[in-house]
Write a new protein. Structure first.
Length: 487
């Protein structure tokens, strides 16, 4: 059928639009595939961005297929019924070809891979690992703040500041000593699941979160020296009346209650300090704990019912980081933005009140930047502050990607191939490349831990030293084993 002259320009314009759309879809799909191939050649570990890129291809194809279906379907439907009748018998109602095109466009979507939720699933409650610490009888050798038997070191003083695999490496390197203690006491080697390894190491990492106890005397000196007394009073200490009497904070046991009150009043305090020509006080590690101890001691006389605060959830904190607008300046995942630093490099593995102090120390500059951007000040409840701080606290805990090439060097240098290389004939150990132990960093550590006694026995029989590993070497080994390539 010929196209009427009046509608021919419209038809040509529509046809050109559909053609341009397909050129764009094919071009962007080719570009994404090229990036994925390049990423594979560079041995990058798959991430969420890779998954999003893979999903983008069937999404674009589906959109293009639907629009093409609509274009040709409408044109077929507009034909005279007499001419279209014969064609309908062939095409199934004038839309068979378009339906086939739509089905082909939907096929990649149906085959799209499922995206993972991430390599390391942090616990909502970091204290969950404490129950595991006791049920697996770790406390029988290791104490926390002087509660142990002395067989193993007190873990509260170890200051675990590395990533998950850094702690996993420390666990691995102590296998020979722990094995000897197990043999002496007759205890059995505790098996750990992937979830249990995560909870246990997250708990050990959490020990520094609580910080040291506050010193009321130091808090009083801080209250006077930092200018707090110019605006506030606490019982008979200080004579300021610009701000409220802080005795009302005496019932709060955690320094985060004070941090939350100061944070939410930040913009008003900055304005008052500007009018009084005062500089904003800075808080170092331990200052808020000392100030909190001072407020609890100098509050109103009489019995007080203390208000406690549960540990924050790093998972809820991740959502708050986005919801409160922190990512606008600091970037998604806190990796840095156009006006905020990369918080992964900010050395935030310190106590909760230490992180709160760091937030406050940067609050004035943040307030100026937010006003310039037309953003409101993000008020926080105490629970939200605890969640956000837990998220920041655990940022260094998540491992960066390892390097497969370096991993191959570690695999050779530690003589792993003598037991685990499938190309070496009858191997003493199981196949590692692409195995279940490479599904996540937690699965990797759990697999190593559960097989450690057998591995130690084999290594002792062979007269070889225990192959100690660093966290970086574990990251590189995991990258190699995940590749599935032993060459």
């Amino acid at each position: 059928m010929s196209t009427p002259k009046a509608s021919r320009p419209i038809f040509l314009l529509q046809l050109a639009s559909v053609a341009a759309m397909w050129v764009f879809v094919v071009g962007i799909s080719y570009w994404i595939v090229h990036l994925l191939v390049l990423s594979h050649r560079l041995h990058d570990v798959p991430s969420a961005s890779v998954g999003i890129s893979i999903v983008a291809i069937p999404v674009f194809l589906t959109g293009a297929g639907v629009l093409t279906y609509v274009f040709f379907g409408l044109r077929r439907g507009a034909r005279p019924a007499a001419e279209g009748g014969a064609e309908d018998e062939v095409s199934g109602g004038g839309g068979g070809g378009a339906r086939l095109l739509l089905a082909l466009a939907l096929l990649p979507l149906l085959a799209a891979p499922e995206l993972s939720a991430g390599d390391l699933a942090l616990p909502d409650n970091p204290l969950r690992g404490r129950l595991l610490f006791e049920s697996k009888r770790c406390h029988e050798c290791h104490g926390i703040a002087g509660t142990g038997t002395g067989i193993g070191p007190d873990l509260a003083g170890s200051h675990y500041s590395g990533s998950f695999l850094d702690l996993g490496a420390a666990l691995w390197n102590h296998v020979p000593g722990m094995s000897a203690s197990f043999e002496e006491t007759g205890a059995s080697w505790p098996q750990l699941t992937e979830r249990e390894v995560t909870d246990l190491l997250a708990f050990l990492y959490f020990l520094d979160y609580l910080g040291r106890p506050g010193d009321a005397g130091a808090g009083r000196r801080l209250f006077l020296a930092r200018g707090c007394a110019a605006c506030h009073s606490v019982a008979e200490v200080g004579g300021g009346s610009v701000g409220p009497d802080l005795s009302e904070l005496e019932r709060f046991a955690s320094p985060l209650f004070i941090a939350q009150a100061i944070w939410n009043h930040g913009p008003a305090m900055f304005e008052t300090m500007r009018e009084l020509r005062m500089s904003a006080p800075r808080f170092d590690e331990g200052d808020l704990a000392d100030l909190s101890a001072f407020l609890r001691q100098r509050g109103r006389a009489g019995p007080v019912e203390r208000v406690l605060l549960a540990p924050g959830s790093p998972n809820r904190g991740a959502g708050l980081f986005e919801a409160k607008g922190c990512a606008i300046c600091h970037g998604r995942g806190a990796h840095g933005g156009d006006s905020g630093p990369d918080l992964h490099a900010a050395q935030l593995h310190r106590s909760a009140e230490g992180i709160a102090g760091t937030m406050w120390n940067h609050a004035r500059a943040m307030s100026v930047e937010m006003r310039a951007r037309g953003l409101g000040w993000p008020n926080l409840t105490t629970e939200e502050l605890a969640d956000l701080i837990a998220y920041l606290y655990y940022l260094p805990f998540v491992d960066p990607a390892g390097d497969r090439t370096r991993g191959a060097g570690v695999f050779a240098a530690r003589s792993c191939a003598e037991c685990h290389d499938p190309g070496e004939g009858a191997a003493a150990g199981p196949e590692l490349f692409g195995g279940r132990g490479t599904a996540s960093s937690a699965a990797f550590v759990a697999e190593m831990w559960n097989h450690a006694p057998v591995m130690r026995e084999t290594i002792v029989e062979q007269g070889r030293p225990w192959p100690e590993l660093s966290g970086q070497e574990l990251r590189d080994l995991l990258a190699l084993l995940r590749s599935g390539d032993s060459d």
